[in-house]
Ligand binder design. Structure first.
Ligand code: ATP
Length: 293
């Protein structure tokens, strides 16, 4: 497990990362979400040891992380950093060797992963001849090649088409299922919600929420959908609720005072013609907007 405690980094007057704490647990995917400039990249760089830490610490396996540990992690940096003119497979073999693999083992692993991503036929191409999405896949292969002990990926899904997103997600899940902690950043909340076991939401350098999707949703407002066979405008008169929307015979209401939904239900039943009265789980995007506001 990677434990990130009170991590802080300043650039001049800007505190890019401000006392950030969260765990990246073994065997699951943790999504790191936040808007532009929230501090995701800076946090990941500190975890990987490519940027100094002003305060706080990163622990691995219960003790402070070392440079030797970080070499055994897989990292996909924001600045992708592969060589455009070098052939795909040669560059993967080279990177594998830098990570301590022998040439034959690195070649085998590279070919296996390229095959997996449908890139086997491109392995002799120069990187710059590939589409941006395929270059991205090669970049992820580079991070995975040496069977890393932990994976830290900065925006691995950006620019990928839906099929590539699915194959990338399968690959990450497969690695996670071998007990590896996986942390990846993304702007795409819907994607993170679909793929992740846990989410960490960052805003202006601070963690504003973390947990699994259900836990986060349960912090959101409780809403009910009401559908009648006649106009639902009367809900506006009910106390203890906030009316989010009324559209003819349907209404969406938010419970402000505990139990106020029962008042709505009783009133609806008394008026007759209730077709539906059901709780609505808030979308994670609503929670995100609320906590990141
Ligand atoms: N090397 C640097 N020098 C000065 N300021 C920096 C540096 N790196 C990051 N920052 C600032 O730190 C803050 C956090 O940036 P960071 O890149 O970590 O955010 P992010 O969440 O990864 O954003 P994005 O999703 O846009 O990549 C921003 O205000 C950014 O301008």
């Amino acid at each position: 497990m990677l434990e990130i405690t009170d991590l802080t980094r300043r650039f001049g007057d800007v505190t890019a990362v401000d006392g950030v704490s969260f765990d990246v647990r073994d065997g699951i995917l943790t999504g790191f979400v936040g808007g532009n400039g929230a501090g995701k990249t800076t946090t990941m760089r500190m975890v990987m040891g490519v940027l100094g830490i002003d305060a706080g610490e990163v622990r691995w396996g219960g003790r402070p992380v070392t440079a030797a540990d970080q070499r055994r992690f897989g990292y996909m940096p924001e600045e992708r950093g592969l060589y455009p003119k070098q052939r795909v497979v040669d560059q993967l073999v080279y990177l594998g060797q830098l990570k301590g693999m022998d040439a034959a083992g690195a070649r085998r692993a590279a070919e296996e992963h390229l095959e997996r991503f449908g890139l086997a036929e491109r392995s002799r191409d120069r990187l710059q001849e590939l589409s941006l999405g395929n270059q991205q896949r090669v970049q992820v292969v580079a991070a995975l090649l040496h069977r890393p002990k932990a994976l830290v990926l900065d925006e691995p899904f950006s620019g990928l088409d839906p099929t590539a997103v699915d194959s990338m997600a399968d690959l990450l899940r497969e690695h996670a299922s071998t007990g590896v902690p996986v942390l990846f950043s993304s702007h795409q909340l819907d994607l993170v919600e679909r793929l992740c076991d846990r989410l960490v939401i960052l805003s202006r350098g601070r963690v504003v929420a973390s947990g699994d999707a259900d836990e986060l949703r349960s912090r959101g407002p409780v809403r009910y959908r009401l559908a009648l066979d006649r106009d639902a405008g009367w809900v506006r008169e009910v106390r203890g609720i906030h009316v989010v929307d009324v559209d003819g015979p349907t209404a969406l209401v938010e419970v402000v005072d505990d139990g106020a939904e029962q008042v709505v239900l009783r009133e609806a039943a008394a008026r007759g013609g209730v077709r539906e009265f059901s709780p609505v789980r808030p979308a994670l995007s609503d929670i995100y907007r609320e906590v990141a506001a």
